[in-house]
Write a protein that binds this ligand. Structure first.
Ligand code: PCA
Length: 323
C-alpha cells in the first residue's frame, strides 16, 4: 500500500511537471461479435494505439451492437455521440451509391481483387466521407459471399417467395431479382430471425454463418463468391483534428497496419469457416448450370444499375480498378 501511494504521488508529480493532464477516452461501437476476427483485429488496433500514444488515447470497444446498433453507428460517429466506430458502409448506399462499391456482384471476387478495388475506391470514398465529417482509418474484407438456404436450389425459380435476410441495398436487390422477399436485419438479430422463421435464407460469408451457428437452422451454402464486402473503421473528423499531432500519427499508422493484418486474417480464415459449416453437416455447393447462369444475370443487371446510380464517381472507381 505504501509503495502504491508513493508511486501515485510520484506520477501525480510527474504529470504536474510535464503538464500532460488528461488522457483521452473514446468509445468505439461495433456491430459484430467480440470473437469475430474484425473485432479481434480492432482490439489489437486500439491496444497498439494506446501503447503508441503512451496511454493518452484509450479506445473502448463496444462489440455486438451493444452501444449502438449496426445501423446507428455511422450517425453516432457523425454527430459525435461516439468518436470512432466500425460499420459495413455498403449498408449506407442509400445516402450515396459510392458506399456500395464493394457489393457490386462479381466485380471483385477474390481477396486480391478486393484489395485492388479498395485502393481504387479510396480517393472517392475519402471525399464522400470527409463531406460527412468522417475520416476513414481502415477497412477489412469479409470472406466471399454465398447464399444460405434451408433446401436445395438449382435456379432462381426455386427461390421464389423465400423470406430473405438482407444486410444492405445490394443484398435486398439480389433477393428481389431472384423473386425472394427481403427484410433488412442486423447480424446481431439474425439468429433469432432464423430460429423464429422470420427469414429462411440470406447471403453472407462463412464467417457470419459460423458466428450464427447457421447449421442449426439451415442446410445449404451456395459458395457463389459474389463479392467481398468490407467493414470500415472511421473517426469523427473534429475529434481527430482535436488530437495532438503525435496521436493522430499513431492512429493513422496503426490503422494502416490493422488494414493489412485484417485482410491477411480474413484470407487465412476463409476456407476454415466453410470447412466448419461442412463439419456441422451443411451441404457446400459451388453454383453451376442454371443457378450459376441466373446469378450471373443478376450480377449483370446490378452492375449496370450501380454504374448508372453512382455516375462519375462509380466510373472513376471502376476505371481505376480495371487499370
Ligand atoms: N457478414 C456480415 C456482412 C457480410 C458478411 O459476411 C453480415 O452478414 O452481416
Amino acid at each position: 500500500m505504501k509503495t502504491l501511494t508513493s508511486i501515485l504521488t510520484a506520477s501525480v508529480a510527474v504529470l504536474g511537471l510535464t503538464g500532460t493532464v488528461s488522457a483521452e477516452n473514446w468509445d468505439m461501437p461495433m456491430a459484430y461479435p467480440a470473437n469475430n476476427y474484425h473485432t479481434e483485429n480492432a482490439q489489437k488496433f486500439v491496444d497498439a494505439v494506446k501503447a503508441c500514444t503512451g496511454g493518452e488515447l484509450e479506445i473502448t470497444i463496444h462489440a455486438g451492437g451493444s452501444l449502438f446498433k449496426g445501423d446507428e453507428i455511422k450517425r453516432a460517429v457523425q454527430v459525435g455521440e461516439a468518436q470512432i466506430g466500425e460499420r459495413l458502409l455498403s449498408a449506407h448506399a442509400n445516402e450515396n451509391p459510392v458506399f456500395g462499391y464493394d457489393s457490386v456482384p462479381f466485380l471483385a471476387t477474390s481477396f486480391e481483387a478486393s484489395e485492388k478495388l479498395r485502393a481504387a475506391a479510396q480517393p472517392t470514398l475519402n471525399k464522400v466521407l470527409n463531406d460527412q465529417g468522417l475520416t476513414l482509418l481502415y477497412s477489412v474484407p469479409w470472406p466471399p459471399q454465398g447464399l444460405y438456404f434451408a433446401q436445395e436450389v438449382n435456379s432462381t425459380a426455386d427461390m421464389a417467395g423465400i423470406k430473405f435476410r438482407a444486410y444492405n441495398a445490394a443484398t435486398a436487390r439480389v433477393a428481389e431479382l431472384a423473386g425472394m422477399i427481403p427484410t433488412q436485419i442486423e447480424a446481431s438479430e439474425l439468429k433469432q430471425a432464423l430460429a423464429t422463421g422470420v427469414v429462411a435464407s440470406f447471403i453472407s460469408s462463412g464467417s457470419t454463418g459460423v458466428d450464427e451457428k447457421v447449421w442449426e437452422d439451415l442446410t445449404h451454402f451456395y459458395d457463389a463468391k459474389a463479392w467481398l464486402p468490407r467493414n470500415s473503421v472511421f473517426v469523427n473528423s473534429e475529434a481527430f483534428s482535436a488530437l495532438p499531432e503525435a496521436s493522430q500519427k499513431c492512429l493513422t499508422d496503426e490503422a494502416a497496419k490493422a488494414q493489412v493484418m485484417g485482410a491477411e486474417n480474413a484470407a487465412a480464415l476463409a476456407g476454415g469457416f466453410v470447412d466448419t459449416l461442412a463439419d456441422n453437416g451443411m451441404n457446400i455447393v459451388v453454383p453451376e448450370s442454371q443457378l450459376a447462369a441466373d446469378l450471373a444475370g443478376i450480377g449483370e443487371t446490378m452492375t449496370a444499375e450501380w454504374l448508372e446510380s453512382a455516375g462519375d464517381d462509380g466510373k472513376a472507381i471502376v476505371d481505376a480498378y480495371k487499370n
